[in-house]
Structure formats: C-alpha cells, structure tokens
Design a protein around this ligand. Sequence first.
Ligand SMILES: Cc1cc2nc3c(=O)[nH]c(=O)nc-3n(C[C@H](O)[C@H](O)[C@H](O)COP(=O)(O)OP(=O)(O)OC[C@H]3O[C@@H](n4cnc5c(N)ncnc54)[C@H](O)[C@@H]3O)c2cc1C
Length: 380
Amino acid sequence: MVGTLQNTDAFIVGGGPAGLAAAIALRMRGFAVTLADPSQPPIDKTCGEGLMPDTLETLARLGVALPAEHSYPFRGIRFLGEGTSVDASFPHGTGLGIRRTHLHQALIDRAEQLGATLLWGTTVKALSVDRVLLGDHHSGQYDEHEVACRWIIGADGENSRVRRWAALDKPRRASKRYGFRRHYAVEPWTDCVEIYWGPDCQLYVTPIAAREMCVVLMSRDPHLRLEHVRDLFPELFEKLENAEPTTSERGAVSATRSLVDVSRGNVFLVGDASGSVDAITGEGLRLGFAQALALADALGQGNPQAYAAAHRRLLRRPAFMARLMLLLDYSPWLRQRSLHAFARDPKIFARQLAMHVGASTVADFVCGSMLPLGCRILTV
Ligand SMILES: Cc1cc2nc3c(=O)[nH]c(=O)nc-3n(C[C@H](O)[C@H](O)[C@H](O)COP(=O)(O)OP(=O)(O)OC[C@H]3O[C@@H](n4cnc5c(N)ncnc54)[C@H](O)[C@@H]3O)c2cc1C
C-alpha cells in the first residue's frame, strides 16, 4: 500500500554523519527537513574515530556538543616506522577521539533539538522529480509512503544509490583501500593519533576514552587483518598484549573518489556519496559537515549552483594531502627517506601537519616544508 506523508522542503536520504549535518544546517536556515535511514541509531561504522581540530570547529558551527566523558583529546599526530618516529602538535587547538556511536548520538540530539523529522528503519526505494518513495517495516508489516519535497539530498554514503538514480555516478578519479577496526580496553599511552607505517599497510591508533583505544588497519588488500600484521608492528602489539578487545574486527571500504558533478536539478550529494578522500587524511567527517553547511548556504541564498563550486573548493586540500601521504604507501624508498627526514627535522613535519589542518598558506607549505623535505630526502 502506498500512502502519503506530509511535504517537506528538503528530504535527506541517509542518516550518517553527513546526512544529520545536512539536516542540522538546513534547519538552522529554517527549512523543513525529513531524513530517512534503514538502520536504528546510534549507527556504528568502521572509522579511525579521530576528529581533527578543524573538524571540531565545523561541528561547533553546527552547534553540536560532544560528550567530554565519552571522548579523549589528542594534541597532534605521530608517525612511526622504518625504525624511527616523529610527532607534531596541531598549530591551534586539539583533536578529539570519540566512538562513532557517541558522535552519531550527538548529531541526532542536535538535529532533534532543531526539529528535524528523523525516520529510522526507513529505506528510500526510489526518487522522482519532486518526491521520494519510502519503505519501512513496522510491527511485522511492510508499508510504502511517498514524500513530496523541493530538494533531495543524497547522503547515502560510499555506495550511494541517489548518485546512480540521479546519473551523477561519473567519477573523475576513483580507487579503493580497505580498513579493519577494533577497540581495546586500555589506558591511552599517547596524546597523539599514531600512524604506524609498514610495508603496504598502516595502522592508525586513536585514543577515544579514558580506557579505550581504536586501532584501524588500512591496506589495498581486502583479506589482510590485524592478526596478520602483528609481526610487522611488535612495538604496538606489545602494548595491546594484555588489553581486552571490546569490539570484534569490522571492515569498510575507504574510497578515493571525485565526481564530475555533485548536483543535478533538485538533487544534491553530500558526504561520501559526493566523493571522498582516503581515510589516512582523517578528513572524511569534516568534509561531510562542511559540505552540509555549504549546501545550506547555497539553498538559503537562493543560489543552488553555488554548491558545486564550494564543494570543489572544500575537496581540494584534503585530496592533495591524501595523494601526498599515499606516496609513502606506494614507495618504500620514499617512505624510508621521508620518515628519517621528518625525524631529523621535526619542523618540516610540523609544517606538513599545519597544511593538513588548513593552518598554513601554500607558500609557507612549499618553502617551509616541501623544499626542505626534498633536500633532506636527497641527502639523508
Ligand atoms: C577505515 C576508515 C577510517 C576512517 N577514519 C576516519 C577518521 O578517523 N576521521 C574522519 O573524519 N573520517 C574517517 N573516515 C571517513 C568517514 O568515516 C566517512 O567520511 C563518513 O562516514 C562519511 O559519512 P556519510 O554520512 O557520508 O556516510 P555513511 O556514514 O556511510 O552514512 C550513509 C548512511 O546512508 C544510509 N543509506 C544508504 N542507503 C540508503 C537508502 N537507500 N535510504 C536511506 N538511507 C540509506 C546508510 O544506512 C548510512 O547510515 C574513515 C573511513 C574509513 C573507511
């Protein structure tokens, strides 16, 4: 049976971080918002669970408050590998480690506070020009409803169906890596997010609570698991030796994708649906939040076309930094030389980090980091 719900200004397909951020940003502009997601909240997902300082600034613009008791601040990033290590603090502010479920709940609380209609356990089945078709299971019964709307926002993640339905699925560039995540009950031994560099893989270690750490293995091999890399990272696994795993290992694809277009007619894409950068950047969540704000600005100013340009601008720096960091994954020679160069001159690493979090100009980055790094690499 197909019934009809009330009309809405914006219908958001997907209630992950980007969809909820879009709901918040559009409600802050006064638009009526309805969102649907087939899952029940809070939604968990494989993630490094590290929020960089610029991600926290973007969340603050959305008015989202994160629970201090379920999170853990970190001051910077540490690289370890090739027999050396180097770290740097963020030039401004701190980052925050937080379980994905707590982040999701904080976004839900804010969206509900602003009056967004959130339909959980509800799947978007199809789109037409000005409406969406929803399917939901309640009390053992399956129902379908239509919702009429002015705008449809695709926030349905990496495998977006909205992207396909709107014929936006034309990538400029696309590649994949695989991430496997597990949590351990252990007091954080570090005040940084640690990235362990191994041959063809990395481990990201994030402190996320007073007694919990998140460990993610990233590689191009979908079959590689944490237990397979113990011997590559003895220093880390010694620290985890007596730590109880608090979750089972869970995987996800980390795609690098940029699209030719992120909107068509009244359909707009945000978050991973609209393209993504490799997880190594720790920038995926910020991008989704910033895109949500940019979309709400464009629609609020009656200038929807402005969204595409804002989206391109937002993706540029993280996409560039991801390419740069992944060079260390592709080339053992460059990895070895760069890690030793960083360790000998940590200021070069600090300037890379400043660029990463948007606190450096391109000129400072090139003169203060890339040129000295190039010289060091050739002379180490
Ligand atoms: C291994 C790994 C580590 C990462 N680490 C970090 C990190 O440390 N920091 C960081 O900032 N980013 C990180 N990221 C990136 C970050 O997880 C993503 O960028 C983020 O999850 C994207 O959010 P999203 O809302 O766009 O998509 P998702 O979180 O995938 O949400 C999409 C939602 O859409 C829903 N949906 C799908 N189809 C439909 C439909 N037909 N109808 C209704 N709803 C639908 C799904 O149920 C889902 O809830 C990492 C990613 C990976 C893979």
